[in-house]
Every structure is written in structure tokens, then in C-alpha cells.
Design a binder for this molecule. Structure first.
Ligand SMILES: NC(=O)c1ccc[n+]([C@@H]2O[C@H](COP(=O)([O-])OP(=O)(O)OC[C@H]3O[C@@H](n4cnc5c(N)ncnc54)[C@H](O)[C@@H]3O)[C@@H](O)[C@H]2O)c1
Length: 248
């Protein structure tokens, strides 16, 4: 028996990195999974690899119209959606605040923050039809504390916003049996992290008490826990997974 038997999940940004790892784990645990991303080539190939319980849909998470289409096609394929993982995100430029371009600021907020609003707004009615659900909003340690080396103000602001929106929606929709939690990863080995540093993570592992970066699959274990019924009384909380980074 899988921990997600009978669940229907949407995972955004699922073509690579942590989203890919979550999609692989969710299908293994019995969920029907809609993988969404801008990257059609990788997303389709991954869904093909995962078989009949996976469906890839092209999706720009900054577009409310795209969200409505994704929900419609997800429901047509698998029925009401009971799990939403708002994972898609971008770093934006490495830039001090006074040099941060206004358009870049808005773009990072659109992908990391506004998308989570659109996602929750669109999917909650489907969860209500199903009698409940679990939402996991992917934030960051940059949504917990201001870490030296955070790329820019927009990344930090959008990740703090994710944490706050999580609590608001958890309180509002708890009576509908919808749980909402945020996840705050530290340094995780993904294409995003590789693009931002060198192949050794630019030495970031030395800052971490466990002295290593994490594999995406370690984060999937936490996301799976929050998505499945093992966490049935956990809602409105932030869950940090950072090897002890923010404990210092
Ligand atoms: N890697 C880390 O160390 C780390 C740490 C903390 C938080 N995070 C967060 O975890 C999440 C996943 O990060 P990752 O490291 O796997 O990143 P990644 O860059 O490897 O993957 C992100 C995916 O999101 C997709 N995406 C980007 N913009 C999109 C859009 N507008 N619409 C739809 N899809 C879009 C990309 O195509 C990509 O497939 C992000 O929200 C990120 O901010 C990452």
C-alpha cells in the first residue's frame, strides 16, 4: 500500500530538480500526479517514464488562465485534486537592493509568490469537492531568516510571503479539512543550485552543521509526509530542512 493511494496531486516546476524528485516519489507512493512546468521536453519525458499515473501539462505558474486550464485537465484525467505542491520558483539575479531592477523584482515575486496565491485559489474548490486536501508551499530558509548570500530582496521577500500566505490559508480553510504547510529547504543539489554556484556548491556545504548539501530526494520525504495522512493534524506550520543551517 502506498502512502498516497487515492490521492490526486498537482506538482509545479516538476520537470527537474526537487519537483522531479517529488513527482517520482509521489507516483511510487500511489498518487496520480499532474506534473506541470514551462519545460515541455523534460516534463513530457519524465511523465512518460513514470507511466499512466503521471500526466505532464505545460504551465506558466504566473498565469491564472493557465492555472484554470491545468485544474480542468487534471480533474478530467484523474478527478478532484487533493494535493497541491507549489514548487516552481526562480532565484532572480544576484543583486544588492539598490541595483535590483524593478522588472526583475516583479518577475521573482510573480513566479515565487503570486503563483502560490493563484494555485491555492484555483485548487481549493476542487479539494472542497473531495472533502479535504493538503497544500505544500515550497519556501526556503530564505523565508525564515536573512542568510548572507541570498540572491536578492525579491527572493527573500517572496519566500517570506509564501510562509505567511500558508498560515493565512491554513486558518481560513482548516474547517474544510484542508491542511497547508510550508517547506523551507537549505542547500539542495538541483539545477537551480548548480547554476548559482560551482559544482561543489561554492563551498556552501562548509556553512552547514551536517557539512553537506542535501539530495532532492531527502526533501521529497518531508513533502510526502506533509502531503499524506501521516501528518493529518499538522497545518499552518513551517518545516525547515537545512542540515542545521538556520540553527546557528
Ligand atoms: N535548490 C535549493 O537549494 C533550494 C533551496 C531553497 C528553496 N528552493 C526552492 O525550491 C523550489 C524548487 O527549486 P529547484 O532547486 O528544484 O529549482 P530548479 O530550477 O532546478 O527547478 C525549478 C523548475 O521550475 C520551473 N519553472 C520556473 N519558472 C516557472 C514558471 N513560471 N512556470 C512553471 N514552471 C516554472 C523550471 O522550468 C524548473 O523546471 C523553488 O521554489 C526554489 O526556490 C530551492
Amino acid at each position: 500500500m502506498g502512502k498516497l493511494d487515492g490521492k490526486v496531486a498537482i506538482i509545479t516546476g516538476a520537470a527537474q530538480g526537487m519537483g522531479e524528485a517529488h513527482a517520482r516519489r509521489f507516483v511510487r507512493e500511489g498518487a496520480k500526479v499532474v506534473l506541470t512546468d514551462l519545460n515541455e521536453g523534460r516534463g513530457k519525458a519524465l511523465a512518460d517514464d513514470l507511466g499512466g499515473n503521471a500526466l505532464f501539462l505545460r504551465h506558466d505558474v504566473t498565469s491564472p488562465a493557465d492555472w484554470r486550464r491545468v485544474l480542468r485537465e487534471a480533474e478530467e484525467a484523474f478527478g478532484p485534486v487533493t494535493v497541491l505542491v507549489n514548487n516552481a520558483g526562480i532565484l532572480g539575479p544576484i543583486s544588492p537592493t539598490v541595483e535590483l531592477d524593478e522588472d526583475e523584482y516583479l518577475k521573482v515575486c510573480a513566479v515565487n509568490q503570486h503563483s502560490q496565491f493563484y494555485g491555492m485559489k484555483t485548487v481549493i474548490p476542487s479539494m472542497q469537492k473531495a472533502g479535504g486536501g493538503a497544500i505544500v508551499n515550497i519556501s526556503s530558509t530564505a523565508g525564515m531568516v536573512s542568510i548572507v548570500g541570498a540572491p536578492n530582496l525579491a527572493y527573500v521577500g517572496s519566500k517570506f510571503a509564501s510562509r505567511g500566505m500558508t498560515k493565512h490559508v491554513a486558518v481560513q480553510y482548516g474547517p474544510d479539512n484542508i491542511r497547508v504547510n510550508s517547506v523551507h529547504p537549505g542547500y539542495i543539489k538541483t539545477p537551480m543550485m548548480e547554476a548559482a554556484t560551482d559544482e561543489n556548491g561554492g563551498g556552501v556545504a562548509d556553512q552547514v552543521p551536517l557539512r553537506r548539501m542535501s539530495d532532492p530526494d531527502e526533501v521529497s520525504s518531508l513533502v510526502l509526509f506533509l502531503a499524506c495522512d501521516d501528518s493529518s493534524y499538522i497545518s499552518g506550520m513551517e518545516h525547515v530542512i537545512d542540515g542545521g543551517l538556520t540553527a546557528q
